[in-house]
Structure formats: structure tokens, C-alpha cells
Design a protein around this ligand. Structure first.
Ligand code: CTP
Ligand code: MG
Length: 230
């Protein structure tokens, strides 16, 4: 089956507080977006890459990678989910969409292979990279206007959802359309697939695959990228 990487890169990176969207900040010789796109294209199972850009993006055309024959750009939307929807319109329904945040440049070839290998079973409608929660997790409630502990959640069954998230393009687009229409909270692809009643495989991924979100994440991502593949 054909796997197409879909990269939402239309955000403005407000929490990063930089002078440009975070995907255009440089680590070493390349922007974060270039690191991400190159890592995805490098994997032999990925046939091409579709990137969703902010409609007023002026940075992308200045990158050498913008001319790559394996890369297509589309306009993103007001939310991450809408950016992914726009990109999915360029895929055939039977193709697999490997959706990966532009802001996660530390994705390893090993984790890409692991996700692709682990969803090859009819019991699953796709899957996501995720990492088990390590801290003790507290459910909060409000008392006298302050948060207090309601109870402790069972950590054994809690995972952090990462990307990539891999689903059939047609199933995912339908799920996103329905979940957004219903007003569901769609913060990743899996949440739309869950809403549709599909089974999403959790694949244990490397916690180094961080989303660059706040300024302190930049030196961390730089460190992980310099480490290279294990
Ligand atoms: N994204 C997108 N379209 C949007 C919003 C976000 O394609 N309308 C992308 C971002 O570019 C990023 C990924 O979704 O690669 C994850 O989003 P996030 O980390 O929240 O990035 P931003 O929205 O840019 O950052 P912030 O929320 O701090 O403004
Ligand atoms: Mg955001």
C-alpha cells in the first residue's frame, strides 16, 4: 500500500514567542520544517510528502526543499485538523496518510518503521506513536476556588499521544469531517478516529520525538537531533 506523509505546518507558533513561526527556526544547517520533511522522505516506505502551509506563509518558497519533486504544498486551515483535512483532499482514499507535526523534527527512522510494522493487522484501523506516562497522574477538582486532588488515575493505562499517526486517507478524512461537524475536541487524528468508533493501535515510541512548543524545547530538540539514530 502507498504511504503518503501529511505534514501540518500552518501554525504560527505563538507559545514559542519567536520572530517567525517555529517551524522556520534553524537547528544546525536546516530549519525545523526541513529536518522534519527530510526525515519523512528518507524512509523507504514513504512515497511522497504533502505539507500544509499558512495561506500567508512567505518563508517556505525561500527553502531549497520547496522545489523537491517528492513534495507538494497546500494551504492550511484555521486549526490543525482543518490543515490536515486540506492536505488529505490531495490523497486517494485507499492511500495511507502518515500525519506528522512539522514541529517534531526528531522523528527517527526506527520509530517510523515501528509504527508502519505494527498496524499491519486487520484488528486495527491504524495507529499512533505514543509513550507511556511516567509520572503519577492526579485527577483534579475545585475546592474553595483552588485545584485539589479528586483521585489518582491508573497510570498503567495512560499514554502520551505523539505523531506520526497512520490511517487510511479516506477513513481519516470521513472521521475528521464527522468529528468536526459534531463539535468534538479534535486535537489529533486519533481523536477523530476514536469518535468514529475505529480501533487505534498504540505503538511505543521514543520520547525524544518531542513537539517543539516552548523556547526551552529548542535546545532539547537540538540535542536529540545531534544524537542521531541509535
Ligand atoms: N498547525 C497547522 N495548522 C494550524 C495550527 C497548527 O498546520 N492552523 C500545525 C503546526 O504548524 C504544528 C502542528 O500543527 O506543526 C502542531 O501544532 P502546535 O504545536 O500547536 O503549533 P502552533 O499552533 O504553530 O503553535 P501554538 O499553538 O503555540 O501557536
Ligand atoms: Mg497550536
Amino acid at each position: 500500500p502507498t504511504i503518503v506523509a501529511v505534514v501540518p505546518a500552518a501554525g504560527i507558533g505563538s507559545r514559542m514567542q519567536a520572530d517567525k513561526p517555529k517551524q522556520y527556526l534553524t537547528i544546525g544547517n536546516h530549519t525545523i520544517l526541513e529536518h522534519t520533511l527530510r526525515a519523512l522522505n528518507k524512509h523507504p516506505a514513504v512515497s511522497r510528502v504533502v505539507v500544509a502551509l499558512h495561506p500567508e506563509d512567505t518563508y517556505f518558497p525561500t527553502l531549497a526543499i520547496s522545489q523537491a519533486p517528492w513534495l507538494t504544498a497546500v494551504a492550511g486551515g484555521d486549526s490543525r485538523a482543518e490543515s490536515v483535512q486540506n492536505a488529505l483532499h490531495t490523497l486517494a482514499a485507499h492511500e495511507w496518510a502518515l500525519v506528522h507535526d512539522a514541529a517534531r523534527p526528531c522523528i527517527s527512522q526506527q520509530d517510523l518503521s515501528s509504527l508502519i510494522d505494527h498496524i499491519q493487522q486487520p484488528a486495527f484501523n491504524g495507529g499512533i506513536l505514543a509513550t507511556p506516562v511516567r509520572d503519577t497522574m492526579k485527577r483534579a477538582q475545585t475546592k474553595s476556588g483552588s485545584p485539589v486532588v479528586s483521585h489518582t488515575e491508573d497510570r498503567e493505562n495512560l499514554w502520551h499521544a505523539l505523531t506520526p499517526q497512520l490511517f487510511r486517507a479516506g477513513e481519516l478524512l470521513t472521521a475528521l469531517n464527522e468529528a468536526l461537524e459534531a463539535g468534538a475536541n479534535v486535537t489529533d487524528e486519533a481523536s477523530a478516529m476514536e469518535f468514529a468508533g475505529h480501533t487505534v493501535r498504540l505503538v511505543d515510541g521514543n520520547p525524544a520525538n518531542i513537539k517543539v512548543t516552548r523556547p526551552a524545547d529548542l535546545p532539547l530538540a537540538t540535542f536529540y537531533l545531534q544524537q542521531g539514530e541509535p
